[in-house]
Design a protein around this ligand. Structure first.
Ligand SMILES: *[C@@H]1O[C@H](CO)[C@@H](O)[C@H](O)[C@H]1NC(C)=O
Ligand SMILES: *[C@@H]1O[C@H](CO)[C@@H](O)[C@H](O)[C@H]1NC(C)=O
Length: 499
């Protein structure tokens, strides 16, 4: 029945999921909504990487972005054939990107270097900045920035480049960095363009109701460290939410035209989103193969049982950026707290998650051998591991070799939104870039991961206590429903680097 309620859900879940749905329906009604809840299956993912990446052209944010801090922004970057680029970053006071505060104009040159050895599927690049200018869209925005700069000596030097509040001129561009200007204002402002040092361009087809599929091009740029103090030094190993080509973006996209037509003096004010109250009950799935900093590729699938506030989750890990070569799957389950509105990240809801049970399924020889050789009692009871066979690791308090510790508590930040197609999206907090877990209130995220898509609403009468579902054994690509649920993050990417 959820299929009938969400007629377009498959559109964003990638072409493959739609085809799976059709195939499932043809093969007998039973699966008719479940395929949409599958983690995108490797052989159905039509996204292809463009190698070497072609950056030329205009790229835009498709919605309001949240960076650690939090910072709310939209971006519009144009790359020219002579390797020069011009980037606009529009910053906002509010979490919906409706009230512009200030905008940055960034000009420079970028040069692609080589395929990344750290992040498979990514290309490393060098960049050089020629100019950075700032425009304030109000006196208060200027006061906010100078107030922040005033806190350090470097910042006070930098603030010299900005006018006193009474002398501020609407539309005036103040140079923060140029070939003439001495010193570096960038660090004082917490600004870097290191995102340009890791790039990936990806294409896929977006199915259209009653029309030929449409080409969508995405530009993935390097991630921003979740710890403000690390931002200047950090070289990205994961990605931010992708920009899309202004010419080939997914539709509908109410923000796209606005962002594409903007410039540093005319920032886009996005239309009010349909912010949804947090109604977690149901099943949520990754819209595609996700990349985590430090070499981790995965898909996620969560089930929340609202009546008892319990959850189940599964993370399927892969060794490749297309999520074709599975390495292992973790299923976890536990309870979660009632949510409270976040004071720090407006629009977000704070929750506490508890992970009390976990199962692990190794999916390749390397992981199986590693688990076989792990210290007795560190990951599952006595007995051998085999490829595709799930084992309970609850009794051993988790699985040390994989960085899973039980019981485990995580301080979370969630938000829900409805996209232009009427689909419900669930944003879960960004994991700390250093691979640790947000296990104290201070480490609670201030930004979000790629959203999960609602693929099945909780049926009212399903208040029975959740069962930790068995993994669908083997790595077979068959359209078996993975009744996997969701797991927040128990896995420290750092502990997985050897994979
Ligand atoms: C920044 O510091 C200068 C001098 O220390 C002061 O005159 C100015 O008012 C301060 N600005 C803000 C916005 O706090
Ligand atoms: C794991 O251990 C079992 C039992 O000792 C063995 O049969 C199996 O081949 C091992 N698997 C790997 C991948 O080492």
């Amino acid at each position: 029945m959820p299929a009938a309620m969400l007629p377009y859900a498959c559109v964003l879940v990638l072409l493959g999921a739609c085809m799976a749905e059709a195939a499932g329906a043809a093969g007998g009604g039973r699966l008719h909504w479940e395929p949409r809840c599958q983690q995108p299956l490797p052989d159905r993912m039509p996204s292809t990487a463009v190698l070497p990446p072609r950056l030329d052209g205009p790229w835009i944010s498709t919605g309001c972005e949240v960076r650690p801090g939090p910072e709310f922004l939209t971006r519009s970057y144009t790359f020219f054939p002579n390797r020069l680029f011009r980037a606009y970053q529009f910053y906002y006071r509010d979490p919906f990107c409706q009230e512009p505060a200030h905008s940055l104009l960034i000009k420079g040159k970028v040069r692609l270097r080589r395929a990344s050895w750290v992040t498979r599927g990514a290309t490393e690049a060098d960049y050089h900045l020629h100019k950075v200018g700032i425009v304030f869209h109000g006196r208060q925005a200027l006061l906010d920035v100078t107030g922040r700069l005033n806190q350090t000596q470097a910042g006070r030097d930098c603030a010299q480049r900005l006018p006193p509040a009474w002398a501020w001129l609407p539309g005036a561009l103040y140079e923060l960095l140029s070939t003439r200007a001495e010193g570096d204002c960038m660090a004082a402002l917490g600004f870097t363009m290191h995102e340009l040092s890791l790039v990936r361009v990806q294409r896929h087809l977006q199915p259209q109701p009653r029309a030929a599929p449409r080409l969508v091009e995405e530009l993935y740029l390097g991630d921003i460290h979740t710890d403000w103090a690390e931002r200047q030094q950090y070289r990205p190993t994961g990605y931010q939410r992708p920009l899309q080509s202004a010419l080939h973006h997914a539709r509908p996209c109410p923000a796209c035209g606005l962002v594409a037509r903007s410039d540093v003096r005319h920032p886009p004010a996005l239309p009010a989103p349909l912010a949804l109250p947090l109604r977690l009950g149901g099943r949520w799935v990754s819209a595609g193969c996700e990349a985590r900093p430090a070499v981790l590729f995965l898909t996620r699938h969560f089930t929340f049982h609202a009546p008892g506030r319990s959850w189940e989750g599964s993370y399927r890990h892969y060794s490749d950026p297309a999520c074709r070569q599975p390495t292992f799957t973790v299923h976890a389950a536990g309870r979660y707290s009632r949510g409270t509105p976040s004071a720090r990240v407006r629009g977000g809801t704070e929750l506490v998650f508890e992970v009390t049970r976990a199962h692990v399924t190794p999916m390749d020889q390397v992981t199986t051998a590693m688990l076989n050789f792990s210290a007795p009692g560190s990951c599952g009871g006595p007995g051998a591991w085999a490829v595709g066979t799930e084992r309970d690791v609850t009794a051993t308090n988790g699985c040390l070799p994989l960085g899973i510790r039980l019981p485990h508590v995580e301080y979370e930040l969630f938000k829900m939104e409805q996209d232009a197609l009427g689909q419900s999206l669930l944003f879960i907090g960004q994991r700390p870039t250093d691979g640790s877990s947000p296990d104290t209130p201070e480490k609670r995220p201030t930004s979000y991961q790629a959203p999960l898509v609602l693929c099945g609403r909780e049926v009212r009468d399903s208040s029975r206590p959740p069962q930790l579902q068995k993994a669908p054994g083997g790595g077979g690509p068959g359209p078996r429903v993975a009744p996997l649920p969701l797991l927040l993050l128990v896995l420290g990417p750092a502990s997985l680097q050897w994979l």
